[in-house]
Write a protein that binds this ligand. Sequence first.
Ligand code: ADP
Ligand code: MG
Ligand code: ZN
Length: 608
Amino acid sequence: MKKLIRNVLLFFTIFLLIAAVFSSFSATNKKSKTVGLEALINQINSEQINQLVVVDNKIHVTLKNGQSEIVQKETTDSLSDLLNNFKVSPTKIAKIKISVKDNSGWNYWLSNVIPFVLPFLLIGVFLYFMMRGLQGANSKAMSFGQSIAKDFNPEEKNKTSFKDVAGAKEAKEELQEIVEFLKFPKKFHNLGARIPRGVLLLGAPGTGKTLLARSVAGEAQVPFFHMSGSEFVEMFVGVGASRVRSLFQKAKKSAPCILFIDEIDAVGRRRGAGLGGSHDEREQTLNQILVEMDGFEPTENIIVIAATNRPDVLDPALLRPGRFDRRVTIDLPDLKDREAILKVHSRHKPLAKEVNLKIVAERTSGFSGADLANILNEAAILAARSDRHEIINPDLFEAIEKVMIGPERKSRVITNQEKKITAYHEAGHALVAHFSPSVDPVHKISIISRGAAGGYTLKVPSEDHHMHTKSEFISEIAVLLGGHLVEKVIFGEVTTGATSDLRRATALARSLVTDYGMSDHLGPRTYGEKEEMIFLGREIHEQRNYSEKIAEKIDEEIFNFIQQAKDKANLIITDHREALEKIVAVLLKQETIEKTEFESIVGPKPTK
Ligand code: ADP
Ligand code: MG
Ligand code: ZN
């Protein structure tokens, strides 16, 4: 408001100044014509003149008939000299009122000075505003360093508790201890126990790390400071460190509290690794975190919780005792936990009676908590879009596929030939999957394009696996190759639709050799060092630690594995050609096949 008034005043004065200049100009040029000296003399001689006013080098002439003129004269000559020179008779002069005006009046200055000063004045005003803008930016840059940590009031804003976190039993047990520390610090101090300073939450994205940290604060009823690692890294070097400092300062003031650093790998990467300039800033920030954590008084009741999904890249100094010495791993939820998470997130969503969340949980192996929350949300949106008041099974299944593969793209126009190729391709995957005992059962086949995929075959594990054998992997590769091979058998040549299948098959075969030690020829060792380097924003993995000769052997072995898988798949395809044709016929007719119908076509899945 004040600023507005000031601006208005400023523009008003500028306006006034300009108006004054113009008016003074127009005052001097008051429609008087300029005439020569001779004309003036003539007029004097013929007694037409009433008055002469000398202003500097101008003579303002007023004639008897009321007209006015201006006559230019030399500055050095006075009017009387001039009249003498022209021999004008004194009697004629005596009849004229002559006056000399001293031209130092306000008007004069204004009219002469303003035209020169005004541009400078305007430039000055412009500069002033610019400087002020700059100053604003500057002071903003300065305040970058001060904390922008958001603090939560335990009473009002943070009501998250362990009840909101489904499953994750072990993690909750570990963290329960932290809650105790925060609630009853005396109990531990009295026994001389050192309260842990840092807890590192490890887990895949979306497994509920942030949620857990928040719920610890909620359970203990303490303030929760939340900061993401990437927020520390700014364009100015040193800002990160000063942010850390002020964050810790703030936290110390409201101890006991929880200070949560999300995505700590953004600053806590192994120091000294990486090319490019940004690691300097990261290092300083990381150092500052370490310094602050070391500087805690033993009685200070602040617990730093950090979360990351890349524990492999963390600097070892972070993991040392006295820092993040507690590590809590959060796994992807298993069947039971998935059901529990679905229950938590369906609390405020009306589900139809027929909905069984267990079936949804069964179909979502490998999904994270965030994925599951997303599925329920998508299902609710689907239900709302078709104006239902309840979420029904098809909503949920559609949501699963949407989250898994991408949204359906019914509008994508495909030719009949493309449709046929897709049907054979997917039938190939499904057939090989079905007749490979170790591969998860086929749940659905579809030739409706979805996300980037032209069609898809959905396999759902009947139980959660944690370990895999070589033959399982070979079967898995065979399934991936199934689509490509059927295309070749039926059409004689292959399409680009199999590219991603082939890429995945090759990557899997390579892992068998280089990571899992499953090659008999190359022995039980790993090949290649996975190293973390950041160069131009790209992570360069794989450091070769083997010879050219071994590299050749690896390629050979990859080829062998793929060959084995190919033979396996080919065998299944030739053995079950009839079933293949049947599947394709149904697919072309109705575009999707569900598990039961599929099994009625191809027979029950052979067991191991
Ligand atoms: P992370 O920090 O591990 O990437 P988040 O804590 O941000 O994951 O989790 C994202 C969302 O997923 C949460 O807001 C929550 O809705 C849901 N979620 C994840 N895990 C669980 C869980 N165990 N129980 C309930 N909801 C969960
Ligand atoms: Mg998170
Ligand atoms: Zn495919």
